[in-house]
Design a protein around this ligand. Sequence first.
Ligand code: NAP
Ligand code: ZN
Ligand code: ZN
Length: 348
Amino acid sequence: MIKTSGYAALSATAPLAPFEFTRRELRPNDVLIEIDYCGVCHSDIHQVKNEWGGSVYPMVPGHEIVGHITKIGNLVTKFKVGDLAGVGCLVDSCRTCVSCKEGFEQFCENGSVGTYNSTEKDGITRTFGGYSKCIVVKDEFALRVPNNLELSHVAPLLCAGITTYSPLRHWNVGPGKKVGVVGLGGLGHMAVKFAHSFGANVSVFSRSASKKEDALRLGASEIILSNDQEAMIATHAGSFDFIIDTVSAPHDLNHYLPLLKRDGVMVLVGLPEVPPTVEAGNLIFGRRSLAGSLIGGIPETQEMLDYCGTHNIVCDVEIIPPTQINEAFTRMLKSDVKYRFVLDMKSI
Ligand code: NAP
Ligand code: ZN
Ligand code: ZN
């Protein structure tokens, strides 16, 4: 076994604390990644606090991982020692079901294995995430990272990036489309960057007027204050082709559905603890759709990273030592981050 250390939650209420644990010895198809940076996703907070249920402790969160390959199994051809590599939300899946074969491992019909707070295919071994010094992962679930981008700014692409890129691609967001992004946080700011890069006209819905300058800099053409529902309806009813909702806390979807055009689509990626209520009339009148989207499969995650390499797209980050992780959680809950915390794991 490979000894390592990181930060773990020991319960739903305790602060994260230093934690020693082991990684498996490399199998023939495994790579060992020395982790340089790990992004802090709001899903880490939901899971640490057991807001989705089913959390198991100790839990080492982190699924926005980038680092360097320091060892490879003898059957690995995709990477060599010294290469950059990334790991997102998935570390295994059955590879044989229809979804896996089509490259949608996140929807594996036999259950995919999450990077942390999950159980390996052996049914016993718990997975531990990227708030740690190293990770051992199957080469198929490690992503190639473009080497022209600032590595610390790449880490959040592995979740915030793919989770917004995938639905924007699936629903063909591009020139001539009016797109709304609800919530300007980690996912939201990447949704703005991608939708703008794909040629759409982007509006940001935010509670914070102070985010206006940033929204425009990131590629939006306007910011709409989401706490003034009457003004939203008066000025924007029936005008959006597509809305992506990245909000992490309970909020009223019925404030946004009337803003969609006929046949418009609202996609939920934010997953608050409390399920939303939908007024059917908001969908029926206008044949509107309400949909959801979950991260992205391995092929699309690679496509997204390559797209970012070609178009020079990275995340806006605040780099912090892992010792500040609890403070980072507290600040994220106040929407006080521009726009993703990234842990510098080299400083452990
Ligand atoms: P984040 O950085 O904390 O951003 C969330 C944003 O939501 C905030 O910046 C804020 O935007 C808005 N918000 C927060 N509380 C709100 C409230 N009470 N009412 C209205 N708006 C509020 O979080 P994140 O990392 O982007 O994650 C967002 C959500 O996506 C989380 O629920 C996370 O678990 C989920 N997620 C889902 C997937 C997936 O595959 N579907 C993948 C990753 C994450 P403003 O300040 O601009 O209003
Ligand atoms: Zn995430
Ligand atoms: Zn499968």
